[in-house]
Design a protein around this ligand. Structure first.
Ligand code: GLA
Length: 394
C-alpha cells in the first residue's frame, strides 16, 4: 500500500470512529513513525560505544484530531482495541501496549513539554515483536502527536532521549538510545552513525546498487527482556573489575583490546565477563570499519565486519539463536548476498542482509526452500529502504 493510500484509509477510519473527526475532517493530522534495523553495533549503545542503525519504510501511522479536553483516545486498527487516558492523571504501568503511549506522555510532561488531548487511530505495517523497534516507533509517533504545536520545537535527538526515558523508567526495559534515535533522526537513503558517548551523529549514505533485506526468523524473542538486562549487568561488572586497575575506565568505551587481553590473561577478569567485554570492545571497532568500508564502496570489507559481528554475538556475547544462525548461513551461501548478520537484541527476531538488487528474489526463494526444514519455523523476507525519521505527513 502506498503512503498516501495508507493515510487516506486511516483518515476515513478515524472519521468513522470519532465524531469530532467527522465534524472537522480538515483538522485531521497524520504522523508517521518508522521501525529500524541496525546495520552494525550491537549492545554498544548501552556501553557508550558506536551504532549504525537506519530507519526503515515499515512504519506506524496515527491519524489524529486535537481535542479540547485533556483526554487521549487511541484506536488500534490492527487489533480493534481502544485505549484511553487523561493527561492530568496518568495511569500507572499496566503491562500492555498502552504503556508505551502513557509512558511517553509521562516522560514528555516530566521534561516540561506542553501536551494536548487527541483522538487518534493507529495503523501499522511493522511486524510487532520481530525486533524492528515497533516500541520505539509507537513512542515517537505518540510524542509527535501529543506535543502542542507552535509553542515548542524539540529536535529529534532530544525527543529520542525523552522517549528512551519512557522505555527505561515507565515501561521498565533498560534499553539504550539506539532505537529511539534511529526512529527520530532517520534519513532516507542513509544509515546513521551515532557516538553514544558524545551523542554526535552523522548520516552514512548506503550504496544504491544494493538492497537492504530483512529476514524474520519467525521465532519469539521471549528471552530478549530478561537476558538483555543480564548482559547489561555483566558489562557493568566487567567495567568495575577493569576499573580496579585503572580508575580512568568508566565504561567499555575506555577499554582497548590490549587492556582487555592483559586483564584476562592475568586472571583479573572472570572469563565470562571477559567474553562479554570482548564483544563490545571489538564491535566498536567493527562499526567504524564498516562505516569506512561503506564510504569507500568496499563491500567485501563490509561483509567481513558483518560476519565477525555475527560470530562475536553468537560466541562471545551469546545472544544469537539456532534460528538466527541458520538464517545467516542460508543467506551467506546465496550468490549475490554480500553481507548478513543478526540485528537488534537477538534471541530470535531478524537478520539484516546487504543484497545485490538482482539477488533479492533468489534470497527469498532459498530461505523459503531451506529455512523451514532446518528450524521448523516460518520465515518472512522483505526488502526495506532507509527512510526519514518520525514526523507529520504533509
Ligand atoms: C535493543 C535495545 C537497543 C540496543 C539493541 C542491541 O534493540 O533497545 O538499545 O541495545 O537491543 O544492540
Amino acid at each position: 500500500m502506498s503512503g498516501s493510500t495508507a493515510s487516506e484509509d486511516l483518515r476515513r477510519r478515524l472519521i468513522e470512529l470519532e465524531s469530532v473527526a467527522a465534524e472537522s475532517p480538515a483538522a485531521i493530522e497524520i504522523v508517521r513513525s518508522p521501525g529500524r534495523v541496525n546495520l552494525i553495533g550491537e549492545y554498544t549503545d548501552v556501553n557508550e560505544g558506536f551504532v549504525l542503525p537506519a530507519a526503515i519504510d515499515r512504519e506506524i501511522r496515527i491519524a489524529l484530531v486535537p481535542s479540547r479536553d485533556r483526554r487521549v483516545v487511541l484506536h488500534r486498527l490492527d487489533t480493534g482495541e481502544t485505549g484511553s487516558f487523561e493527561l492530568e492523571s496518568l495511569p500507572s504501568r499496566a503491562g500492555g501496549w498502552l504503556d508505551y503511549a502513557v509512558g511517553t506522555a509521562w516522560a514528555l510532561a516530566a521534561a516540561g513539554v506542553n501536551l494536548r488531548g487527541i483522538r487518534g487511530a493507529i495503523s501499522t505495517n511493522l511486524p510487532p515483536g520481530a525486533g524492528l523497534s515497533s516500541s520505539a516507533a509507537i513512542e515517537l509517533a505518540i510524542a509527535r502527536a501529543l506535543i502542542e504545536p507552535g509553542a515548542q520545537s524539540i529536535e529529534g535527538l532530544e525527543l529520542a532521549r525523552i522517549c528512551q526515558r519512557a522505555e527505561n523508567l515507565f515501561v521498565g526495559v533498560q534499553s539504550g538510545l539506539m532505537d529511539q534515535f534511529a526512529v527520530a533522526c532517520g534519513r532516507a537513503g542513509s544509515a546513521l552513525l551515532l557516538d553514544c558517548r558524545s551523542l554526535e551523529w552523522r548520516s552514512v549514505p548506503l550504496p544504491e546498487e544494493f538492497r537492504l533485506v530483512v529476514c524474520d526468523t519467525g521465532s519469539p524473542r521471549e528471552l530478549a527482556g530478561s537476558e538483555y538486562n543480564v548482559r547489561r549487568r555483566q558489562c557493568e561488572a566487567a567495567v568495575a573489575a577493569l576499573a580496579r586497575d585503572d580508575p580512568g575506565i568508566h565504561s567499555l568505551r575506555d577499554v582497548t583490546p590490549e587492556v582487555l587481553a592483559g586483564a584476562e590473561s592475568s586472571g583479573r577478569l572472570d572469563p565470562l565477563l571477559a567474553r562479554r567485554a570482548r564483544h563490545v570492545v571489538s564491535e566498536n571497532g567493527r562499526v567504524l570499519a564498516a562505516v569506512a568500508a561503506l564510504e569507500a564502496d568496499d563491500i567485501p570489507a563490509v561483509a567481513d565486519a558483518f560476519a565477525e559481528s555475527h560470530a562475536s554475538l553468537r560466541d562471545q556475547f551469546e545472544v544469537s539463536s539456532p534460528a538466527l544462525d541458520a538464517m545467516v548461513e542460508i543467506a551467506t551461501s546465496t550468490p549475490g548476498v554480500e553481507a548478513a548478520r543478526m540485528t537488534g537484541a537477538g534471541f530470535g527476531g531478524c537478520t539484516i542482509n546487504l543484497v545485490r538488487s538482482d539477488a533479492v528474489d533468489r534470497l527469498a526463494a532459498r530461505v523459503e526452500r531451506d529455512y523451514p526444514g532446518r528450524t521448523g519455523l516460518s520465515p518472512r523476507v522483505f526488502p526495506v529502504t532507509a527512510a526519514d525519521g518520525a514526523g507529520f505527513v504533509a
